[in-house]
Write a protein of this length. Structure first.
Length: 369
């Protein structure tokens, strides 16, 4: 099979995040366009699959791609890249977005989430197509099967996009080793998460372990490492980036956990209190169960994982906030972010990558979606 076509090589100003996001979107579109030619013999069914993938890959903050880019430039000294190198780096960064899309599809299925970014989650969308078409069999089973395959396909394309990004194989090989570790961590972390939900209990330490492996590492630390490895980073440089990236990744996911309970549905694209309905045993919930009055802790524990009316969501929010859990998580986010920024100041990198990574820390921990 031929390599996926690249977007036209073009210079992306290092400090222009919007231009970089547009370049990543072009790279993702090129991947899907190429795969459309590969899958054309499959006919209309492949077209439906590709349409869902295009929707999944449209837009977004591209934080993982941005961390990959600046991890590369941190090791490369912040120097501007020539057009060919820039285009290859964009394709490598796009691989992180394909991995992210794969994880979201599988995560939504495992959590039985109905929506993602204001539209039906992948399994729900395919389920609805089955029902509307009056096909035989169980629409829900079809939706689940289609979502599994969609996520698997995105995962395969992520590997392909990094391997064929356009940089010399000797430069890509170390990044592929990081990518292998990243995929193992996120999949094993997801398994730990579903096991915790099945047991119906998790202390704060266990919830933090789930957070670290399911999200924190693959959201920030590993994207930094992929970019840095493409620039020839040594062990010391990777360790310096970890000192910044791992605590920041934990703060990033803690912010996501807060939004999963207290976020505005009009902003997050998720129903109010979605994490409570899904029964997620997050650090926020674990702290609330630990510090709430016994009767309120029992009320919260019994409500997790079942449908909730708006008034019930508000009641559970009040229990969580009244327990001090929200304040504790906000303090933990602030502490982890401060640790990350202190490590960034000590890292042996140029001024421009340092400033960009400082701005990304702000974007990752103070976001509303």
């Amino acid at each position: 099979m031929s390599a996926s076509p690249a977007p036209s090589p073009q210079a992306v100003p290092a400090d222009d995040a919007d231009a970089f996001r547009a370049a990543v979107q072009a790279a993702l579109d090129a991947v899907v366009d190429h795969q459309a030619t590969v899958l054309a013999p499959l006919g209309p069914d492949a077209e439906r699959l590709l349409a869902e993938i295009r929707a999944l890959l449209a837009g977004g903050k591209r934080l993982r791609a941005l961390f990959c880019r600046w991890g590369h430039l941190a090791v490369a000294g912040g120097r501007p890249l020539d057009d060919a190198h820039e285009a290859a780096l964009v394709r490598a960064c796009a691989a992180l977005e394909l991995l992210h899309a794969s994880a979201l599809v599988h995560d939504d299925l495992m959590d039985a989430s109905d929506t993602r970014r204001g539209r039906p989650s992948t399994h729900r969308g395919f389920e609805a197509q089955h029902a509307a078409s009056d096909w035989t069999g169980d629409p829900a089973q079809y939706g689940a099967a289609a979502a599994i395959l969609t996520g698997d396909l995105l995962l395969a394309w992520a590997d392909e996009s990094l391997r064929r990004c356009g940089l010399p194989p000797a430069e890509v090989a170390p990044a592929l080793e990081v990518f292998d570790a990243c995929r193992t961590e996120v999949i094993a972390g997801q398994f730990l998460d579903v096991s915790v939900q099945a047991r119906g209990r998790a202390d704060v330490a266990t919830a933090m372990t789930v957070l670290r492996y399911k999200s924190a590492k693959y959201s920030i630390e590993r994207p930094l490492h992929v970019g840095a490895a493409l620039a020839g980073a040594d062990a010391g440089e990777l360790e310096a980036l970890s000192a910044y990236g791992l605590p920041l990744g934990e703060a990033f996911q803690l912010r996501d956990d807060v939004l999963g309970v207290f976020g505005d549905p009009a902003v997050t694209g998720k129903p109010a209190g979605d994490d409570l309905v899904e029964g997620k045993r997050t650090v926020l919930v674990a702290l609330a169960l630990e510090h709430a009055a016994p009767a309120e802790a029992a009320e919260l524990d019994a409500a997790l994982g079942r449908p909730l009316a708006p008034a019930e969501v508000e009641r559970l929010r009040a229990i969580i906030e009244g327990s001090g859990a929200l304040a504790r998580v906000e303090a933990l986010i602030a502490d982890l972010t401060a640790r990350a920024l202190a490590a960034l100041e000590d890292a042996p990198i140029a001024a421009r990558p340092r400033e960009a990574l400082r701005a990304l820390a702000e974007a990752a921990t103070r976001r509303q979606v």
